[in-house]
Design a protein around this ligand. Structure first.
Ligand code: SF4
Ligand code: SF4
Length: 385
């Protein structure tokens, strides 16, 4: 497969001006450049840029023949708000993007919290979008997720073959940190093509420390950190699309140049990269063995909390917070009573109450998912006025 066809234009971080409004001229320049160079997949969502991402890319792309580009859009079920209903939202999205069908359409962000909405018969989300596919308004139906491998499996079973592709967060750090390897293998086993978001983990993998970079330069002198990250993903045959959200023209130039050159990583380089990933983590060494669970008087999901903590230490991502907020109050990390039973049973001798305390401190500095949704929905309403 020609690698440039595996590169997609993510429209979540379009260039903005000092007031946070999308810089339309710069975005147009980037989209024109993308299409001229063989990049024709544009990934947007109802909530990106408070709804303006869809409007702006629709306005820019309308000068091109419809069959020359592909739009992937997403249904905001994860926003958990009574004001969205599938039919109204879908029609609004078609209108904003100025198209009469979507090439790709995703249920946005399946996770431990949002799955309740996506599988609730009252909303009828899956059935509605299956019907839109039957009517030709959606060419390919899929979903994106930020959930555990177990939940991914559960959701695939629930959909019973209706999902044609799946978008996950994957990069060489999340290969182990977010259990990316297991998710990739599960999807591959089920013949579901993998689409990638956050290949650079929100930019973290684009700027490595000098120490990490020197290790990589010792085997490939001229390769940049960005190049290493993309080439890791290009080595995975079931990765059919790699999205990158770009805010500057220089980023699209750099990315396209990387995808046009076909230089796979060899086995040793791959191994080295995964070793570098380990040094970036500074993780609590939980193996998820579950021995700590049996005597916890509060019946808390300790390995889940530790995996969340390890992620938040690297990046305070809202998608991580969202997964945790699906739990009831009495199952939150704050319900720990510091009895220490877990630590006694832990083969790794992890001081669980202390780590949960650290996790609570981080959570205290972050807005809850409900607050984030409220703020986003407010902005969305304002932008419609
Ligand atoms: S210290 Fe907290 S997490 Fe550990 S067993 Fe006691 S209540 Fe459960
Ligand atoms: S016993 Fe220790 S290593 Fe095992 S899941 Fe619990 S905290 Fe993690």
């Amino acid at each position: 497969m020609e690698n440039i066809k595996r590169f997609g234009f993510g429209c979540m971080r379009l260039p903005v001006d000092e007031n946070d409004n999308i810089n339309i001229a710069e975005t147009e320049k980037m989209i024109d450049y993308a299409l001229k160079n063989g990049v024709n997949y544009f990934d947007t969502a109802y909530v990106y840029h408070a709804g303006k991402s869809e409007t702006v890319i629709g306005e820019i792309l309308k000068k091109y023949p419809r069959e020359s580009f592909m739009i992937a859009d997403k249904y905001p079920g994860h926003q958990i708000c009574d004001s969205y209903n599938p039919e109204e939202t879908f029609n609004e999205q078609l209108e904003r993007c100025k198209v009469d069908y979507f090439d790709y359409y995703l249920l946005h962000n399946i996770n431990e919290n949002s799955i309740k909405v996506y599988t609730d018969e009252k909303w009828g989300i899956l059935e509605y979008f299956k019907e839109q596919k039957r009517l030709g308004k959606i060419r390919h139906l899929g979903f994106s997720c930020h959930c555990s491998t177990e939940l991914l499996k559960e959701f695939l079973d629930y959909c019973d073959g209706a999902m044609e592709f799946c978008q996950i967060q994957l990069n060489y750090l999340d290969w182990t940190l977010q259990d990316g390897k297991a998710k990739y293998e599960l999807l591959t086993e089920r013949n579901i093509p993998v689409y990638i978001m956050e290949p650079l983990r929100g930019g973290k993998l684009a700027t490595l420390s000098e120490e990490s970079l020197n290790k990589l330069k010792a085997v490939r002198d001229n390769a940049t950190a960005v190049e290493w990250a993309f080439r890791f993903l290009l080595n995975l045959p079931n990765v059919k699309m790699i999205l990158s959200g770009m805010s500057e023209f220089s980023q699209i130039e750099e990315n396209i140049a990387i995808f046009k050159e076909n230089i796979p990583l060899n086995e040793n380089e791959n191994k080295l990269l995964l070793e570098v990933a380990e040094t970036l983590k500074n993780s609590v060494p939980c193996t998820a063995c579950g021995y700590c669970l049996k005597d916890c008087p509060m019946q808390l999901n300790i390995p889940f909390f530790i995996s969340i903590y390890n992620e938040l230490k690297i990046q305070k991502a809202v998608s991580v917070r969202m997964r945790l907020d699906g739990l009831p109050q009495e199952k939150q990390p704050s319900a720990c009573i510091s009895c220490g039973m877990c630590t006694q049973n832990c083969p790794q001798k992890i001081n669980v109450p202390e780590e949960l305390n650290n996790l609570n401190e981080i959570l205290g500095t972050m807005p809850t998912w409900a607050q984030i949704c409220e703020e986003r929905n407010k902005k969305m309403k304002e932008s419609k006025k």
